[in-house]
Design a protein around this ligand. Structure first.
Ligand SMILES: [Cu+2]
Length: 279
């Protein structure tokens, strides 16, 4: 589900960039055009392409927000930084581009209408303005910054530190790690009819995982659902006593991360980790 929303989000990004491609092309084409009628035509082409901005931007934002919730990203700095950059870049590009376009359109329409108020030389100066370079530079820097944030999801050093975990002596413990979005064990073992702990190491920076236990692989009946959290972090889950049996566990964020939990009477099963015989 998360991947689908990221997919839709990227479709919005492509639409947004394609619409910008037209107006960027016009922007640089304008600098070489001196015929007022053709300048007006180009401006109309650009204006019609900007109409595609808004639906694409809407798709981009909607899918991005949904994916932000599904991926549990809202507690992370990078997503807010990306939104901030999008806002600032949008406003900056609008502020730089709008007066430029407006001025050219005003002069070109007057000239096409037969006005002699602006000479060909003055029109040339307006069209040769360095503004298109600025507009393109702001957009490119903003796009690269957002792309970097999306790909690398930097924590900016404000990731949560690992709290000390204290587990009373004699409590059965099951350890499992997630790395590169995979569990390090396909099978976990726990004692029957006894509450136990799962010490879960999420070793994936900025990626949310959890461990949830279900009756079977249909994952319809949950027996225990661990808190979803971003790595790198360790959490200990308090799992209630389960009757002997074979259960299914998975990460609720990544349904391809699965395994089997074997719950057996303490005497008949060899303990998987530091669980000790009850005193
Ligand atoms: Cu996961």
């Amino acid at each position: 589900m998360y991947r689908w929303w990221v997919f839709v989000h990227l479709i919005g990004v492509f639409g947004f960039l394609a619409a910008h491609g037209v107006s960027m092309g016009v922007l640089f084409r304008l600098r070489r055009e001196r015929d007022p009628a053709k300048v007006n035509e180009l401006l109309q082409l650009s204006a019609s392409s900007t109409r595609a901005f808004y639906p694409a931007l809407g798709i981009l934002l909607l899918a991005g927000i949904v994916a932000g919730f599904l991926g549990h990203w809202w507690s992370q700095a990078w997503i807010w930084a990306a939104i901030g950059i999008l806002l600032v870049v949008t406003m900056a590009m609008y502020a730089v581009a709008t007066p430029y376009y407006r001025r050219i359109r005003f002069v070109a329409q007057a000239m096409e209408g037969g006005s002699q108020a602006v000479t060909g030389q003055q029109f040339d100066e307006i069209l040769r303005s360095p503004r298109p370079n600025w507009i393109a530079a702001i957009g490119a820097v903003g796009l690269l910054a957002i792309l970097y944030l999306m790909m690398f999801k930097p924590t900016f050093g404000i990731s949560s530190t690992t709290p000390a975990i204290s587990i009373p002596a004699g409590t059965p413990v099951v350890e499992v790690s997630a790395k590169n979005s995979q569990f390090d064990a396909k099978t976990l073992r726990a004692p029957a009819s006894e509450a136990f702990r799962i010490v879960f190491h999420n070793d994936d920076p900025g990626i949310p995982h959890n461990v949830a236990i279900y009756m079977d692989s249909s994952a319809k009946q949950a027996l225990f659902v661990g808190t979803i959290f971003n790595g790198p972090k360790i959490m200990d889950y308090r799992v209630p006593a389960l009757p002997a049996g074979t259960y299914f566990f998975r990460c609720d964020v990544h349904h391809n991360m699965t395994g089997t939990l074997e719950v057996a009477a303490a005497s008949s099963s060899s303990p998987s980790s530091s669980s000790s015989p009850s005193s």
